[in-house]
Design a protein around this ligand. Structure first.
Ligand SMILES: [Mn+2]
Length: 460
C-alpha cells in the first residue's frame, strides 16, 4: 500500500508542477494510444487543459514509429504521452533529446534509464509490478487531479479506461478501486449485480439469450428454437409494436422472472459465477453508453475505425458525438465480419500457413490494418486452434510496410510474445511492442518472407 500512496502522490505532484512551471504560449502536444484506455486518457487531458484555458494538439496512434515522432517533434514544446510510450523509451529519447516529455503510462518500460527531460510516470517504477492494477487513464487521472483538484470529476473516464483494458475481474483492485470509489462518491457510476449477459442495451432480447455463451444455459444458448420456446413459456413478448424488444425494455417483474428461470435451468452451481458487476454510467444519457462494458466496446470501435475525434468528444460529453460513436459500432462489426469471412475462405483454400505451432494469416491489402489485429484476437480467443498455437496476422500499410500482430490461441502462451517478436525483428533493428499474450511490429514489405521464416525458426 505504501508504494501505491507514493505513486499517487508523485503523479499528482507532476501534474501540479506541470501547471505551475508552464510558460505562457507553450505549445502542448497530446499523444494517446488508439484504444478505449488511450482515448479516455486524451479526453481527460483535453478537459483538464481546457479548464486552465490552455490550447493543445492531439494525436491518437496504434503504436509509436520513427516517422510519426520525427514529424511531431517539431510541432510543440511539451509532449504528453498517455497510455503509450513506455515500450518505446529509446525511440522517444532519440526524437525528443531536449523537449519536455511527460509519459503517463502503465505498460512495462523497456529500459530503466530515461534522460532528464523525460518524466516517466509509470507504476512499474514504484514496484507495482503489474499492468492490471491501473490503466493509462488512471495515471492520467491522478496527473489531472494534481493540475487542479476539480479534475476529480474525471474519475468516471479513468474507470472506463480500465474497463476497456479488461482490468475489471469481478471488481477492481488497488489503484483502480480507489478511482472507482471516487466515481461512486460523485454519483457518476453505480455498481449493480446482474446476470452475465452481453448486449443488454444493444441486441434484441432473443439474441441476448441465444448468444449467451458466457452463461451456457441448457436448452437456450446457441439454440434459436429453445430460446423462442423459453420466452413463449414465460409469456414474455419478444416484440412490441412490430419492433424487437431489448433487455432494457423489460419490466422489472419480467427481468426477475427471466433471471429466476435461468438460475433454475443452471441448477445448483454457484450463482456468483453467473452474475457480474455492471458499471452503470449515470451521467451518459444514451442507453448504449450506460453500461460500462458496452460503452468501452463502443469507444474502442471508433478507435479502430480511426474516428478518434468523435470518440474523444463523446467522452467529453458531446451528445452528437455520442450518437455517432454508437453508429460507428455497426460499421466496425461489419468490418469484423468481413475479416472473419476472409479467414474462413483462406482456411478452406489452404492459404493459411500452419505448422502446428504457428498460424500465419496474410491479409495483404484486403482488410483495414486496424481490424486485422482484432481479427487476430478473435481467432486466438475462439476455438479455431489448440491452446498455445501462435497466431500471426500480416496486413499491408502505406509506405511499402507491413503491420504484424501476434496473439496466442486461448491466451495460453509458453513464451512471451513481445520478446518473441522483438527477437524476430531484431536483425533489422526494428522495435516491437506488447505483452505476454499480444504483440505488434511494423516491418518493410520486402522483408515479409524472411520475417515469416525467422518467426517459424524462433518458435521451434
Ligand atoms: Mn492501457
Amino acid at each position: 500500500m505504501e508504494n501505491i500512496d507514493q505513486f499517487i502522490s508523485e503523479v499528482k505532484n507532476s501534474g501540479s508542477s506541470f501547471i505551475s512551471t508552464l510558460k505562457p504560449n507553450t505549445k502542448i502536444s497530446l499523444i494517446g494510444h488508439h484504444d478505449t484506455d488511450g482515448l479516455c486518457s486524451i479526453a481527460m487531458l483535453e478537459k483538464a487543459l481546457e479548464r486552465e484555458s490552455l490550447s493543445f494538439e492531439t494525436a491518437n496512434i496504434p503504436q509509436l514509429e520513427d516517422e510519426f515522432l520525427e514529424r511531431i517533434s517539431k510541432e510543440a514544446d511539451v509532449f504528453i504521452f498517455a497510455d503509450i510510450g513506455s515500450a518505446n523509451l529509446e525511440l522517444i529519447q532519440k526524437h525528443f533529446p531536449k523537449k519536455e516529455v511527460i509519459i503517463l503510462d502503465h505498460h512495462k518500460p523497456n529500459t530503466e534509464k530515461v534522460s532528464k527531460n523525460i518524466s516517466l510516470l509509470n507504476p512499474f517504477l514504484y514496484g507495482i509490478d503489474e499492468e492490471k492494477i491501473i490503466a493509462g487513464a488512471g495515471v492520467v487521472y491522478f496527473f489531472c487531479q494534481g493540475m487542479n483538484p476539480q479534475n476529480k470529476e474525471l474519475a468516471q473516464l479513468a474507470v472506463l479506461g480500465a474497463i476497456g483494458d479488461t482490468q475489471e475481474d469481478d471488481g477492481f483492485k488497488d489503484l483502480n478501486n480507489i478511482i472507482l470509489q471516487h466515481s461512486i462518491l460523485q454519483k457518476q457510476i453505480s455498481v449493480l449485480r446482474e446476470l452475465r449477459l452481453y448486449g443488454k442495451n444493444s441486441r434484441p432480447l432473443l439474441k441476448v439469450l441465444q448468444y449467451s455463451t458466457d452463461l451456457q444455459i441448457p436448452g437456450i444458448t446457441n439454440d434459436y428454437q429453445g430460446t423462442l420456446k423459453f420466452f413463449r413459456e414465460l409469456r414474455i413478448p419478444l416484440n412490441w409494436k412490430g419492433k424487437p424488444r431489448k433487455w432494457y425494455n423489460l419490466r422489472e417483474d419480467e427481468k426477475n422472472l427471466i433471471t429466476e428461470k435461468i438460475l433454475q435451468l443452471k441448477g445448483e452451481e454457484n450463482q456468483e459465477e453467473f452474475t457480474v458487476n455492471n458499471y452503470k454510467f449515470n451521467l451518459f444519457k444514451r442507453r448504449e453508453l450506460s453500461c460500462g462494458r458496452e460503452f468501452a466496446t463502443i469507444v474502442n470501435a471508433s478507435g479502430r475505425l480511426e474516428d478518434y475525434r468523435t470518440a474523444i468528444d463523446a467522452l467529453k460529453g458531446n451528445e452528437d458525438a455520442q450518437a455517432k460513436i454508437v453508429f460507428n459500432l455497426r460499421t466496425y462489426k461489419f468490418a469484423i465480419k468481413e475479416g472473419l469471412d476472409l479467414f474462413e475462405k483462406y482456411k478452406e483454400a489452404g492459404q493459411i500457413i500452419n505448422n502446428g505451432k504457428v498460424v500465419v494469416f496474410d491479409t495483404e491489402d484486403k482488410l483495414k490494418p486496424n481490424i486485422v489485429g482484432v481479427i487476430a484476437s478473435i481467432i486466438a480467443r475462439n476455438k479455431y486452434y489448440d491452446e498455445g498455437i501462435i497466431i500471426c496476422t500480416l496486413s499491408n500499410i502505406p509506405d511499402q510496410k507491413i503491420k504484424i500482430s501476434l496473439r496466442v490461441s486461448r491466451d495460453k502462451s509458453e513464451m512471451n510474445l513481445a520478446d518473441l517478436l522483438q527477437k524476430t525483428v531484431s536483425p533489422w533493428s526494428l522495435p516491437a511492442g506488447g505483452h505476454t499474450n499480444a504483440a505488434g511490429a511494423i516491418i518493410p514489405l520486402e522483408k515479409k518472407e524472411e520475417f515469416i521464416q525467422n518467426l517459424i525458426s524462433n518458435i521451434l
